[in-house]
Design a protein around this ligand. Structure first.
Ligand code: FAD
Length: 455
């Protein structure tokens, strides 16, 4: 008889957990996976997918307006928030079913409920104890609100997907990608949006030109941007809410959304009982093989707070399953991970920002272009696209590509391959563009705008 009930027990049925369970079971391991909420996790249920559906919905507003420049007369457009939410929920339910089926088809045992660790090999689920040789913690992260009085009056992205009505006025607190995306969604759908962030520019950690450009563009679209504003408290005043900032400024709104950060889900799941060490930020501390301080306990995805994106969680999970059960040792590579912000206009980047490249000691050449896309010649829309390449002056290697504009993510995904392959600026120059596109600008920028500093 096998000494353990399962070879692998996966805690969490999100992006990372599902991939690890499926691949390990495919390699022949006896796998069980437990999910406390809905299979698919943050990405499918309350993250990437529903968010992108709402982004599409929000964009129609501009599309109807732009159509007039092309000879179309569009009748009075009306929007139904309950209609959108119902359609989105139906799609999410369909996807959840697919995730469950992927697991059962692969031969994994699919369990519902909150799992906790009693010790390094024992999981407790609904009062029942099961054992496993290996445990994978894939419990993700959760939204955290600012620790200020009245924070309970604010919603987070979790609730934003289920509001009964579209708020007439909403204050979005935060300057990260989720704050920018939801500000664009609510604005596009017709709400009056104030985006308030305590920093001096949105999207901390992104390239400085990108941060500046996005700030200008979203204001042109009607979002009120309040920077350098740290919220001090939220109050209910009659039928409305007020956000009061440390410097005395106030915003009145019908809803307040806190997009002020996420925290790894490591509390209350018995990690201490099993002896698993946490990092300072509360994440499970892991090595490059995703192994924790306890030899048979691994962790992947947001719970490790490395690069908190779905494709990264999936890569880490796949590498884990191939290494342990497929006799194919693999590590997830966290360098040059392309990422996007589905704000309006959207942002996408791969590689180093100009600031990071300089900080890492590179002498850089910067290629940058700012233009109005062809579509907006006839639409008349004042929206500008930004593209930027950060190039190592010494080797000519392209260190980073950055874009703000329509379909930025679709364009940067292709460049991510080139940058991963070590493409030089000369390779970009030798590439023939596709005309007429915005993307061709990435292969036609000839003149550096900021010469590398003299030796
Ligand atoms: C609003 C929003 C938008 C996002 N947009 C994007 C995007 O556009 N692109 C992108 O790449 N990423 C995006 N992300 C991030 C992405 O969703 C996460 O990086 C990804 O889901 C991480 O996967 P994971 O498996 O680590 O965790 P999760 O997907 O969060 O899954 C963890 C699962 O574990 C379950 N769980 C927790 N504790 C237990 C327990 N004790 N027992 C059983 N189950 C448990 C949870 O219920 C959850 O389902 C977004 C996130 C948010 C919040």
């Amino acid at each position: 008889m096998a000494p353990f009930d399962h070879d692998l027990f996966v805690i969490g049925g999100g992006s990372g957990g599902v991939r690890a369970a499926r691949i390990a079971a495919g390699h022949g391991a006896r796998v069980a996976v437990a999910e406390q909420s809905r299979y698919g996790g943050t990405c499918v249920i309350r993250g990437c997918i529903p968010k992108k559906l709402l982004v599409y919905a929000a964009h129609f507003h501009e599309d109807f307006a732009d159509a007039a420049g092309y000879g179309w007369t569009v009748g009075e457009a009306r929007f139904s928030w309950p209609g959108l939410i119902a359609a989105k929920d139906k799609e999410i339910a369909r996807l959840e079913g697919i995730y469950r089926k992927l697991l059962t088809d692969a031969g994994a045992k699919v369990l519902d409920g909150r799992a906790t660790l009693a010790d390094a090999h024992t999981v407790v689920l609904d009062g029942k104890r099961v054992t496993a040789e290996t445990i994978l913690v894939a419990t993700g992260g959760r939204a955290v609100k600012p620790a200020i009085p009245g924070a309970e009056l604010a919603i987070t992205s979790d609730e934003a997907f289920h509001l009964a009505d579209l708020p007439r006025r909403i204050a979005v607190l935060g300057g990260g990608y989720i704050a920018c995306e939801f500000a664009g969604i609510f604005n596009g759908l017709g709400a009056e949006v104030t985006l308030a962030y305590r920093g001096e520019a949105l999207l901390r950690g992104f390239d400085g030109d990108v941060r500046q450009h996005l700030g200008e563009e979203i204001q042109r679209k009607g979002i009120k941007l309040v920077l350098g504003a740290a919220p001090a408290r939220i109050e209910k005043r009659g039928g409305e809410l007020a956000v009061i900032f440390g410097d005395g400024r106030e915003i009145a709104a019908d809803a307040v959304m806190a997009a002020t950060g996420r925290h790894p889900n490591t509390a209350g799941i018995g990690l201490e009982a099993a002896g698993v060490k946490l990092a300072k930020d509360g994440a499970v501390a892991v090595d490059e093989w995703s192994r924790s301080s306890v030899a048979n306990i691994y962790a992947v995805g947001d719970v490790t707070n490395r690069v908190n994106l779905t494709p990264v969680a999936i890569k880490e999970a796949h590498a884990f399953a191939d290494t342990l059960y497929g006799r194919r040792p693999a590590k997830a590579d966290h360098r040059n991970v392309a990422h996007a912000v589905f704000s309006q206009p959207s942002v996408s980047c791969v590689g180093l920002s100009e600031e990071d490249a300089r900080r890492e000691g590179f002498e850089v050449k910067i290629f940058r272009t700012r233009f109005r896309a062809l579509k907006h010649t006839l639409s008349g829309r004042q929206e500008f696209t930004l593209m930027k390449l950060v190039v190592d002056a010494a080797s000519d290697r392209v260190l980073g590509a950055h874009m703000v504009g329509a379909e930025a993510a679709e364009i940067i995904q292709g460049l991510a391959i080139a940058i991963r392959c070590g493409a030089r600026k000369a390779d970009f120059d030798a590439t023939v563009g596709i005309h007429p596109t915005a993307a061709e600008e990435f292969v036609t920028m000839r003149t550096a705008v900021a010469p590398a500093p003299a030796h």
